[in-house]
Design a protein around this ligand. Structure first.
Ligand SMILES: C[S@@+](CC[C@H](N)C(=O)[O-])C[C@H]1O[C@@H](n2cnc3c(N)ncnc32)[C@H](O)[C@@H]1O
Length: 265
């Protein structure tokens, strides 16, 4: 940074410290809680204005061992702060004692990605999900399978800190937004429901919109009305349904068997 009066570099002591930057950004930024969330966010291009750790040496050793691709970025970003300062910035200290704030991607950019056609990988829709942990697990799955994005309908905020924690920083690897049913991205809509046609008889196209119902009440009437196909996952009689996130996992896996999912390495 440059001092505008003297045009000389500003002394480090005059720069805002990580804690004041943290407090300035905390209300609008995305909390990356722990080493792995920060690692994933950096890999997928998140802008990270501040990152702290209570043990810089341990964090960089972890990077050297598990994520050498982001070690230099972490070396440049991470500021060591006292344990008590770190603990005051996060809701609950993480075993890796690392935390960072990332800039949330612009909604317009995400909407552009969700609506772009032709699409090479499905969009996952969670219709009025209730459980924040399920939503995080689904975002992690979508990132792993290279899905175009995850859309939620209803009141749950897919960028809620608990969802971000469950997603392990992978919100930056796919487009995550909340929309209404009439606003859903284009593409054939396959809604998953235990009463549907067996998914095993069908190839899911790359431009599919894959919709899953709420944990409590299943698919909403609006979503059902919009669906082009109702599909079921194999399940023996007397079992009522699977968990939401495991249903998404099975469906994306089914798509990956014939669709354009990424390779394993
Ligand atoms: C926990 S279930 C919802 C159960 C809810 N009580 C109901 O009436 O459907 C959450 C969602 O997972 C999906 N799901 C669960 N089991 C399924 C199955 N066997 N076949 C297709 N979808 C399933 C559906 O999208 C369902 O709406």
């Amino acid at each position: 940074m440059t001092d505008p009066v003297s045009a000389r570099p500003e002394p480090a002591s005059a720069r805002p410290g990580p804690v004041s930057v943290w407090h300035r950004l905390a209300d609008t930024a995305v909390l990356l809680d722990g080493f792995h969330a920060l690692k994933h966010a950096l890999r997928f291009g998140a802008r990270v204005p501040v990152a702290v750790t209570a043990d810089r040496r341990a964090a960089l050793a972890l990077a050297a061992e598990l994520a050498p691709d982001v070690r230099d970025a972490l070396d440049a970003l991470l500021t060591e702060v006292p344990q008590a300062t770190y603990a005051s910035l996060v809701p609950r200290p993480h075993p890796t004692a690392v935390a960072a704030l990332a800039v949330r991607p612009a909604r317009e950019a995400n909407l552009g990605a969700l609506r772009r056609t032709p699409r090479t990988a499905p969009v996952v829709v969670l219709d009025d999900p209730r459980n924040l942990g399920n939503a995080g697990a689904v975002i992690r799955l979508a990132a792993g399978f290279g899905a175009t994005g995850v859309v939620t309908t209803g009141t749950l905020d897919p960028w809620h800190p608990t969802v971000v924690r469950g997603g392990a920083g992978l919100h930056f690897a796919t487009a995550v937004e909340r929309l209404t049913v009439p606003e859903l991205p284009p593409g054939p809509l396959f809604a998953l429901d235990p009463e549907g046609e067996d998914i095993r008889g069908l190839k899911l196209p790359d431009d599919a919109v894959l919709a899953f119902g709420s944990e409590r009440s299943g698919l909403s009437a609006d979503l059902r009305a919009r669906a082009d196909h109702l599909l079921s996952l194999p399940m023996r009689p007397q079992v009522s349904s699977y968990n939401l996130a495991t249903s998404v996992a099975m469906t994306l896996y089914h798509w990956s068997l014939t669709g354009g999912a990424p390779g394993t390495r």
